[in-house]
Design a protein around this ligand. Sequence first.
Ligand code: 13P
Length: 263
Amino acid sequence: MREVVVAANWKMHTTPADAGDLARTIAARTREPGVTRVICPPYVCLEAVGVALADADPDVAVGAQNVHHELAGAYTGEVSAPMLVGLATWVIVGHSERRRDAGETDELIGRKLGRALDAGLRPILCVGEQLEEREAGRAADVVDGHLRGALEGRDPAATHAGGLVVAYEPVWAIGTGRNATGADAAAMADAIRTSLDALGWADVAGAIPVLYGGSVTSTNVDTFFAEPSIDGALVGGASLKPDEMAGIVARAGMTARARGLAG
Ligand code: 13P
């Protein structure tokens, strides 16, 4: 049975002074057996969050929101995978905000993913179409391109063993309050697994968790967890609110129990 994951992407929110307290509060409000919880704060808050969680609840993992595609060098302001070791055990790659603002290409994202895996960091690979692409009926094609661009040539078994998670995040649903329907998200999760099959990943495609992200809240999360092909959520705005995270992870716990993951 596939893992159930709720990952919090705090984006450019919190400071080293307040991140630890927020992580501690969320950890205390989200104890649900069988749910993998990950908090991804800004780089500068990784240490504070890690220290807080080691004390409050070591079952909550810490993730970074990005990683550089080189190991070291003259890259002012960047952070490499080896630098994250000890501070994080997960990392988001390919977020649409970085594709948009930093011009990240699929090829570059694939290199980041490789660096993450080499450093023992579990990658959350984000894929998702723009509104015009969806309206043109191209959503599955776009996501197929994102997956192919980042994963082609990579060993499926090793990548799965390294803990790859795919997050389907339609760009038009991010931060807009306009979430996808459960049925549309599930259709895209199925399309993602079809793309993985076509890439020669059939042996592991059914085992890789696919999360939905884009305006997830405690109110709409049920529509996603009601879909068997969806294995969790990548949460932005609502992940900064302990009440919201409590509701989202509680619903994830129901799925974990139904899947026999709760022990
Ligand atoms: P929102 O939940 O704020 O829409 O953000 C989703 C997201 O981008 C998570 O990575």
